[in-house]
Design a protein around this ligand. Structure first.
Ligand SMILES: [Zn+2]
Length: 88
Protein backbone atom coordinates (compact mmCIF):
# COMPACT_ATOMS: atom_id res chain seq x y z
CA UNK A 1 0.00 0.00 0.00
CA UNK A 2 1.51 3.36 -0.99
CA UNK A 3 2.09 5.75 1.84
CA UNK A 4 -0.54 8.45 1.97
CA UNK A 5 1.04 11.77 2.88
CA UNK A 6 -2.32 13.14 3.92
CA UNK A 7 -2.99 10.64 6.69
CA UNK A 8 -2.74 12.24 10.13
CA UNK A 9 -1.01 9.19 11.58
CA UNK A 10 -1.29 7.68 15.05
CA UNK A 11 -2.19 10.30 17.69
CA UNK A 12 0.79 11.44 19.75
CA UNK A 13 -1.03 10.58 22.98
CA UNK A 14 -1.22 6.99 21.83
CA UNK A 15 2.49 6.83 21.01
CA UNK A 16 3.53 8.30 24.33
CA UNK A 17 5.72 5.86 26.20
CA UNK A 18 6.26 3.78 23.06
CA UNK A 19 7.91 6.13 20.62
CA UNK A 20 9.47 9.55 20.27
CA UNK A 21 9.16 11.99 17.43
CA UNK A 22 11.61 11.79 14.58
CA UNK A 23 11.85 15.04 12.65
CA UNK A 24 13.28 14.82 9.15
CA UNK A 25 14.11 17.69 6.81
CA UNK A 26 12.66 16.83 3.41
CA UNK A 27 15.20 19.07 1.74
CA UNK A 28 18.51 17.77 3.09
CA UNK A 29 17.51 14.73 5.20
CA UNK A 30 18.80 16.25 8.44
CA UNK A 31 17.09 14.43 11.28
CA UNK A 32 16.66 14.65 15.00
CA UNK A 33 14.64 12.72 17.54
CA UNK A 34 12.59 14.68 20.04
CA UNK A 35 11.21 13.53 23.37
CA UNK A 36 7.53 13.01 22.64
CA UNK A 37 6.41 14.19 26.06
CA UNK A 38 8.22 17.49 25.49
CA UNK A 39 6.74 17.85 22.02
CA UNK A 40 3.24 17.38 23.44
CA UNK A 41 3.94 19.88 26.23
CA UNK A 42 5.13 22.45 23.70
CA UNK A 43 1.99 21.96 21.62
CA UNK A 44 -0.19 22.32 24.72
CA UNK A 45 1.63 25.54 25.60
CA UNK A 46 0.53 26.90 22.22
CA UNK A 47 -3.07 25.88 22.81
CA UNK A 48 -2.86 22.83 20.53
CA UNK A 49 -4.30 19.59 21.86
CA UNK A 50 -1.00 17.73 21.50
CA UNK A 51 -2.12 14.20 22.37
CA UNK A 52 -4.71 14.29 19.58
CA UNK A 53 -2.32 15.44 16.85
CA UNK A 54 -1.37 12.63 14.49
CA UNK A 55 2.33 11.81 14.25
CA UNK A 56 2.36 12.70 10.52
CA UNK A 57 0.28 15.85 11.01
CA UNK A 58 2.75 17.00 13.66
CA UNK A 59 4.94 18.33 10.83
CA UNK A 60 2.44 21.14 10.30
CA UNK A 61 3.16 22.34 13.82
CA UNK A 62 6.93 22.47 13.53
CA UNK A 63 8.07 26.08 13.60
CA UNK A 64 11.81 25.70 13.53
CA UNK A 65 13.86 25.85 10.37
CA UNK A 66 16.38 23.18 9.49
CA UNK A 67 19.72 23.97 11.17
CA UNK A 68 21.59 22.63 8.16
CA UNK A 69 19.75 24.03 5.12
CA UNK A 70 17.19 26.48 6.52
CA UNK A 71 14.25 24.68 4.96
CA UNK A 72 10.91 24.42 6.75
CA UNK A 73 9.63 21.34 4.96
CA UNK A 74 9.45 18.57 7.50
CA UNK A 75 8.39 15.02 7.80
CA UNK A 76 7.52 13.60 11.21
CA UNK A 77 7.55 9.92 12.05
CA UNK A 78 7.45 7.78 15.13
CA UNK A 79 10.88 6.69 16.34
CA UNK A 80 10.64 3.46 18.29
CA UNK A 81 14.32 3.36 19.16
CA UNK A 82 15.70 4.38 22.56
CA UNK A 83 15.70 8.14 23.05
CA UNK A 84 19.15 9.66 22.70
CA UNK A 85 19.29 13.34 23.64
CA UNK A 86 20.91 15.49 20.96
CA UNK A 87 24.58 16.21 21.49
CA UNK A 88 25.10 19.87 22.28
ZN1 LIG B 1 17.56 20.63 5.84
Amino acid sequence: MPRNENLPGVPLGQLLGEANLLLICLHCQWRETYDLQKVISQLQARGVNGPLIGICDARHHVRQTCPRCGSQKWETRPDYGPYVPPAT
